[in-house]
Design a protein around this ligand. Structure first.
Ligand code: F0G
Length: 374
């Protein structure tokens, strides 16, 4: 039997809305590492098991590839020749890459000056039509919906239901690796599609009754074999400057260094509240300073480099461990939604400058002497 991995649609074909004739557009997405943190729990002196789901290792460097393989596959199946999205960067990178793979045109609307450099380079390099708007993500999302009403373009934002179908597979992978759902699952929340998708995934995994399942109405094809009854408590963390779920209302001028989640009018508003209620979870917020601190802490204590928005999940968990909201002995999964290389400017701005010396042995030895640990 071949062990060649060909992406999440093939792997979870029986749980996704595809047929044998569906033309699958894949770049080998999914199957990302679930890395147990070794040093950080010791540093914070807590008896907990924290695992990070490193979604930055998807083909375009973020979890968006999970949704995009499904959205573009279904768009092509329906005969669409063009896709469109609004984006804070990662969705545009994924739409650009999967659009290229499918041989269709992609239009991406991004907030001018507010997307990380790596993401912009991806959209440009894959040949998207990149439209910078003098507005924020929420303006872009509104415009995309208006335009798609009259023009032959398929929206590939998470309001496209196939996106969430693809993204739910991250939950399948976690349950399969751990043998059951974790106690807590933490995610950064922007548009709130991903937290919704994970809950669908966890719920379908335990769903026993094909007829009665309210979530999938028996369509997920995954009901024959119940796999235990556990679902995690879902935790959604936002950046303090763009935290509509904390305010309980939309935010008109969101601001945060974590540009990926600089969103004030989340599309999956109702769904995310439902996830909170059903899972017994909560929302939390982290300041930009806390987010950047944890991004660096993770990079330097564990060797895992994620982008600022992604660090929000871990930053929120560390705060909730500290205040006792999450108990010791828990197993916690934090999704790291995007790779740190997406945003080199923010990484460099908070790191120690390189040391410049003469090209001499003496100069190098001096630096080593001065910087040797212990
Ligand atoms: N983390 C990263 C790195 C993201 O790019 C996003 C969303 C999120 C978290 C939040 O996920 O929206 O499902 O709650 N990025 C979108 C984009 C909006 O355009 O790339 P969500």
């Amino acid at each position: 039997m071949s062990t060649h991995y060909t992406g999440l649609i093939e792997r979870y074909r029986d749980r996704l809305p595809v047929s044998k004739d569906t033309p699958v557009i894949s770049l080998g997405e999914g199957n990302t590492p679930l890395i147990e943190l070794r040093n950080l729990p010791r540093l914070i002196k807590k008896e907990v098991r924290i695992l990070v789901k490193y979604e930055g290792l998807n083909p375009t460097g973020s979890f968006k590839d999970r949704g995009m393989t499904m959205a573009v596959t279904k768009a092509v199946e329906a005969g669409s020749k063009a896709i469109i999205c609004a984006s804070t960067g990662n969705t545009s990178a994924a739409a650009a890459a999967y659009g290229a793979r499918a041989g269709i045109t992609s239009f991406v609307l991004i907030p001018e000056g507010k997307i990380a450099l790596g993401k912009l380079s991806q959209a440009m390099m894959h040949g998207s039509v990149v439209i910078q708007i003098k507005g924020n993500f929420d303006d872009g999302m509104r415009l995309v919906q208006e335009v798609a009403r009259d023009m032959p373009v398929t929206i590939v934002n998470s309001i496209n239901p196939f996106r969430l179908q693809g993204q739910k597979t991250a939950a399948f992978e976690i349950v399969e690796e751990l043998g059951e759902a974790p106690d807590y699952h933490a995610l950064p929340v922007g548009n709130a599609g991903n937290i919704t998708a994970h809950w669908i995934g966890y719920s379908e995994y335990i769903c026993k009754d094909t007829q009665a399942c309210a979530l999938c109405k028996g369509k997920c094809g995954f009901h024959k074999e119940p796999r235990g009854a556990k679902r995690p408590i879902m935790l959604g963390y936002q950046a303090a400057g763009s935290a509509p779920f904390m305010r309980g209302a939309m935010v008109d001028h969101p601001e945060t260094v974590a540009t990926a989640i600089r969103i004030g009018h989340p599309m999956s508003w109702n769904q995310a509240w439902k996830v909170k209620e059903e899972s017994g979870g909560w929302f939390g917020e982290c300041t930009d300073q806390e987010i950047l601190h944890v991004q660096k802490l993770l990079a330097q204590s564990e060797g895992v480099f994620c982008e600022p928005a992604s660090a929000t999940s871990l930053a929120g968990v560390l705060k909730d461990l500290e205040r006792g909201a999450i108990g010791e002995g828990s197993t916690i999964v934090c999704t790291l939604t995007g790779h740190g290389l997406k945003d080199p400017d923010t990484a460099i701005a908070q790191s120690t400058r390189p040391i410049t010396v003469d090209a001499s042995r003496g100069a190098i030895e001096k630096v080593i002497g001065e910087n040797m640990a212990g």
